[in-house]
Design a protein around this ligand. Structure first.
Ligand SMILES: Cc1cc2nc3c(=O)[nH]c(=O)nc-3n(C[C@H](O)[C@H](O)[C@H](O)COP(=O)(O)OP(=O)(O)OC[C@H]3O[C@@H](n4cnc5c(N)ncnc54)[C@H](O)[C@@H]3O)c2cc1C
Length: 420
């Protein structure tokens, strides 16, 4: 039961770490310990069963922008192993990927099983041992059996020189790591949709438009993020039965995850439905409509590229009635219309889960990790990768990329270590 390297957690980060170590140093004895009866269970259900493995953003300094937590720390690691390297990894092993319009990358088979089969073939061929139904109960430093670490499990004690923790968002393991001296940033949900009851969007489910969104508290004070930046995002916004969803909202939920948790999910979202224009341009378009369409009914014209039903609601909210002609629209209504178009505020009362897909913001404090090696600064020979760290991203394949890059970096560090 003595191994050179043990990886705790048979998920995305754990498998990629093991495969990389065994590829770089085939002579090492490598073991994965997985508490469940199956491995790679999240990979299986991810992306609606299709597994959104990475994102077609191949420039490290751009890729990092998708990570509300980890942006600074991932810059170096992405220069060592980025999304393009992961595409190459799969292609070299007969699993071609495809890029969807929004940049998400999936296996061409549209089945997460292709990814699982690829990993299982690799571990078998490389001789990586996998023990399932084997939950690690405790981790202790040791000098017994020439090892550095002792792991207690229901299958007995395991020993190793190098220990990699890839247990995802698992509270029990976070407690273990706390006992070892690590700081855990408390977990809060990320990637959720906003619950809104407002007559401007009531009944408009399915309507989508490109928008820019910003967060305010209930007193209409702009919410600032930990790094002092304003909480804002842009992209398609989808009106749902319960409120608002779509990439713009999901991104905003990720950036504001910690602040919105503190506000108990009672806050205000401001929507700019026309981010491509500035206010003066909007006023110009409206004034042009007032002149050229003066005798036409406002509801029968649409000077902006907005979904018809949404345009009607914004006109109503501005006090413009259904028979009113452009010539009859006064200054006050125009001011209100510009406000509804560019800075419409909606009261949010709670959150909903996005397609069962959620990510946790929180985990091992990034200050305690050396991002050249992913080694703990608290203990030598202890490495951490994947969601166990306080790193998370918006949707789009970025969360898996964090797992792949972390696994690669851990493996490089272990393989390069000359003491084995
Ligand atoms: C429904 C859903 C869909 C998703 N879809 C996508 C997607 O398409 N693209 C994307 O990028 N991200 C997606 N994500 C996020 C992504 O799945 C995670 O970011 C990723 O799985 C994290 O990998 P990990 O290896 O760090 O953790 P995990 O994949 O969670 O693996 C951790 C493993 O460790 C095991 N473990 C925990 N504690 C112990 C212990 N004490 N002893 C032994 N084993 C232990 C667990 O059983 C688990 O198998 C999705 C998430 C969900 C919930």
């Amino acid at each position: 039961m003595v191994f050179d390297a043990i990886i705790v957690g048979g998920g995305a980060a754990g498998f990629f770490t093991a495969i990389q170590i065994a590829t770089l140093r085939p002579e090492l004895k490598v073991l994965i310990l997985e508490r469940g009866k199956e491995v790679l269970t999240k990979v299986k259900i991810s992306g609606g069963g299709r597994c959104n493995v990475t994102h077609a953003e191949f420039v490290p300094n751009e890729l990092v922008k998708a990570y509300p937590r980890g942006e600074k720390e991932l810059k170096g690691p992405f220069h060592a192993f980025c999304s393009g390297d992961m595409v190459a990894f799969f292609e070299e092993r007969g699993v071609p990927l495809k890029i969807e319009e929004d940049g998400r990358m999936f296996p061409e088979s549209d089945s997460s099983q292709s990814i699982i089969d690829c990993f299982l073939n690799e571990t078998e061929h490389l001789g990586v041992k996998i023990n399932t139904n084997c939950s690690v109960k405790s981790i202790t430093k040791t000098e017994q059996k020439g090892a550095s670490w002792q792991l207690e499990t229901q299958q007995g004690d395991f020993y190793c020189n190098y220990l990699a923790i890839a247990t995802g968002s698992n509270p029990k393991m976070w407690n273990q790591l706390k006992m070892l001296g690590h700081t855990i940033v408390s977990p809060v949900p990320s990637l959720f949709t906003f619950n809104i009851k407002d007559k401007r969007i009531n009944g408009l489910m399915g309507v989508a438009s490109h928008a820019e969104v910003k967060l305010f508290d209930k007193n209409h004070t702009s919410i600032k993020l930990e790094d002092g930046k304003k909480a804002m995002a842009s992209g398609p916004l989808l009106i749902t039965h319960w409120g608002m969803s779509g990439p713009a909202i999901l991104k905003l939920s990720a950036w504001g995850a910690r602040e919105l948790h503190q506000l108990n999910y009672q806050f205000v979202v401001q929507v700019n439905w026309l981010p491509q224009y500035d206010e003066e341009e909007i006023l110009l378009v409206i004034e042009q409509a007032k002149t050229s369409e003066a005798k036409k009914i406002v509801f029968n014209t649409r000077p902006f590229d907005l979904p018809k039903r949404l345009w009607f609601r914004l006109l109503e909210a501005s006090g413009i009635h259904q028979q009113q002609k452009w010539a009859e629209v006064g200054k006050q209504a125009i001011r209100k219309l510009i406000q509804e178009l560019t800075a419409a505020k909606f009261l949010v009362n709670g959150k909903s889960t996005f397609k069962e897909e959620f990510v946790t913001a929180g985990g091992v404090d990034l200050k305690e990790i050396n991002f050249r090696t992913y080694e703990s600064k608290v203990y030598k020979n202890l490495f951490l990768a994947g969601e166990v760290l306080n790193i998370d991203a918006v949707t789009g394949g970025y969360n898996f990329q964090n797992a792949w890059t972390g696994g690669y970096m851990v493996a490089q560090a272990i393989a390069e270590n000359t003491s084995i």
